[in-house]
Design a protein around this ligand. Structure first.
Ligand SMILES: NC(=O)c1ccc[n+]([C@@H]2O[C@H](COP(=O)([O-])OP(=O)(O)OC[C@H]3O[C@@H](n4cnc5c(N)ncnc54)[C@H](OP(=O)(O)O)[C@@H]3O)[C@@H](O)[C@H]2O)c1
Length: 342
């Protein structure tokens, strides 16, 4: 029987994930049953939130990855066998089929992140980035939740990541002054090259001074991907009534919700109350909806925004690429693993 590679969870991460938490194994390529399709993975998305699924006791609402289970994740895949009338061999789909080279999928059971892709989408990998969930999340953060207007000052944490780099470009397109926060001078330079007005390196010893200098008139909208220390340092620079869409809180993902203190909640709530902050969480794809995908595609086609992505080759390199997301990589934009050729 023909074999394929898959990445399974070897150990529940303690703190930020490391490559040794995962193992690459060879298994038989599965066969599709009635109503099912067999897909071959081309692009694999490594989303930070998967970190929660790797915990022994994940947060409520997150499907758990058990020891020895393949890690789940969104992919762009090609249908290579079909027992379903709506899917033909050669069709391209976005599907949450996981960190593996092939997967059997039952279309009738897919509730989210499943769609047939238009083969004209260029590049197809954008279905996992700008023209998919991260793009919708950036759209929702800037437009539906952040309500960014021309002339406002917008600051974005994890600005060099997928959502941050897309959100910054959208805010800039709307006429805002956009400041990124990212780790290291290379990422900051890349964001300026992309269209950001300024970028502050949160790993530099003079972060707080540089941050204050970058926002002399204070901040109207803080798009927060990170939480923790970075956000505590941004809060004093927010205007009264500033909007603060909570996109994510990656600085906590490694520790989990029950990490030992110090408890930052009182300090955070003090700012929420005294500055009259409008703090709002949201599910990006649902908030922005399919209409946002049409707009994003238009902006991409007309050159108003760019699809920024970084590619790591080979499924076996997915664990190290995933581990690097937690503060030690040098990628800009959406990080993808190229598992197979289109
Ligand atoms: N609400 C939603 O529906 C939704 C949808 C998608 C994503 N999200 C969330 O949005 C956030 C960004 O997602 P993404 O896909 O854009 O992520 P991404 O492309 O993986 O980028 C994440 C970046 O976060 C930075 N980072 C990691 N740990 C950090 C820390 N302790 N302090 C400061 N920065 C840190 C790193 O960049 P540096 O090198 O700059 O540190 C890393 O590259 C995540 O929190 C994710 O869970 C939410």
């Amino acid at each position: 029987m023909a074999k394929m590679k898959q990445v399974v969870l070897r150990a529940h991460p303690r703190g930020n994930p490391v490559p040794q938490d995962f193992a690459v194994e060879e298994v038989d390529i599965p066969s599709p049953g009635p109503g099912e399709i067999l897909v071959r993975t081309i692009w694999l998305s490594l989303d930070p939130l998967i970190r929660f699924a790797l915990d022994e006791k994940p947060l409520t609402g997150i499907a758990r990855v058990g020891l020895g289970d393949p890690v789940y994740g969104g992919t762009v895949s090609k249908v290579v066998e079909s027992n379903h009338p709506d899917y033909a061999v050669g069709d391209m789909v976005e599907v949450r089929s996981g960190w593996r080279e092939y997967a059997v999928v039952e279309p009738a059971k897919q509730v989210m992140n499943f769609r047939k892709l238009d083969p004209a989408m260029k590049p197809l990998s954008a279905a996992l980035g700008l023209l998919g969930m991260p793009g919708q999340t950036a759209h929702a953060a800037v437009i539906e939740i952040g309500r960014v207007a021309a002339g406002e000052t917008v600051i974005i944490s994890a600005a060099a990541g997928a959502v941050g780099s897309f959100a910054g470009q959208i805010a800039k397109m709307l006429g805002a002054r956009v400041i990124g926060i990212a780790g290291g001078p290379a990422k900051c330079k890349a964001l300026i090259d992309l269209s950001f007005d300024a970028c502050v390196d949160y790993k530099a010893p003079d972060f707080e001074a540089k941050l204050a200098a970058a926002v002399p008139d204070k901040i109207d909208v803080y798009l927060d991907n990170v939480g923790g220390d970075v956000s505590m340092k941004v809060l004093p620079h927010l205007k009264h009534g500033a909007r603060m869409p909570i996109i994510g809180f990656i600085s906590y993902y490694g520790d989990g919700m029950e990490a030992p203190g110090p408890d930052k909640l009182p300090g955070f709530l003090r700012f929420v109350m005294s500055r009259g902050l409008e703090v709002r969480g949201f599910p990006g794809a649902m908030t922005a909806g399919p209409k946002a995908l049409v707009e994003l595609a238009d902006w991409l086609a007309s050159g108003k925004i760019r699809n920024v992505e970084a590619v790591v080759d080979g499924l076996e390199n997915a664990p190290a690429a995933f581990a690097g997301k937690f503060g030690s990589n040098d990628h800009i934009g959406k990080l993808l693993v190229r598992v197979g050729e289109e």
